[in-house]
Structures are given as C-alpha cells and as structure tokens.
Write a new protein. Structure first.
Length: 111
C-alpha cells in the first residue's frame, strides 16, 4: 500500500520525466560496480535509457555492469525499488568515491 508521500513522489517523478526528450520508459536497474578495490551493487530507477542515466556529470566513477533491468509503470517501479532497498538494508554500502545515487549501494543484493 502506498502512503500519501509515496503517491506524491510517484506523481512528481511522472510529471518531471514524461515529456522530456530523453524519456525512454520507467525502469528499475541493478548495477554491479567493481574497480578491483571495491565491489558493490547499485539499485536505482530511471525514466531514461541506462546509458543516458549515467552519462555526463552524473556518471558513476566505477566500471559498471548491468545485472538486471525491469520495466513497468511508474508506480510498479517505485514500489519495486523501495522493496529491494528495504530487503537489502543490512548490506548498505558507502562507496569511497561519491556520485549521484551513491546512497542506494549495497555490498550484496538479495532479490
């Protein structure tokens, strides 16, 4: 069940992205980031292609590999991201290098 705050966040996400030129679809992604010194996973959601999500000033300063991508409605993707983050909270990981989205990182992922 979505709380009022969640509904507002979903509506804001839709409004912010639906008419953008780079809109692709609503999706959840899981990335593996590994630079031999650190290895962790990033959970996130986007409305852009995965390639466009992490280019330019919002790139991830680690080599990445896409582990999984799921597409769906904005509501379904929002709920899925929230569930996965809650399930994996005990594996919370803080990368040595900061980047946009670095607070949704985990040393291990349970699906």
């Amino acid at each position: 069940m979505l709380l009022g705050r969640d509904r507002k966040n979903i509506n804001n996400w839709i409004d912010k992205t639906k008419d953008k030129e780079d809109f692709d679809s609503f999706k959840l992604y899981i990335l593996e980031c590994d630079n031999k010194e650190e290895r962790f996973f990033k959970i996130g959601r986007t409305s852009k292609s995965i390639e466009n999500r992490f280019k330019g000033n919002i790139s991830i300063p680690y080599p990445t590999k896409v582990i999984r991508v799921a597409e769906g409605s904005a509501e379904a993707i929002y709920k899925l991201e929230k569930e996965l983050i809650e399930i994996n909270l005990r594996y919370k990981y803080f990368p040595n290098k900061s980047f946009s989205g670095d607070r949704e990182c985990f040393s291990k992922i349970e699906l």
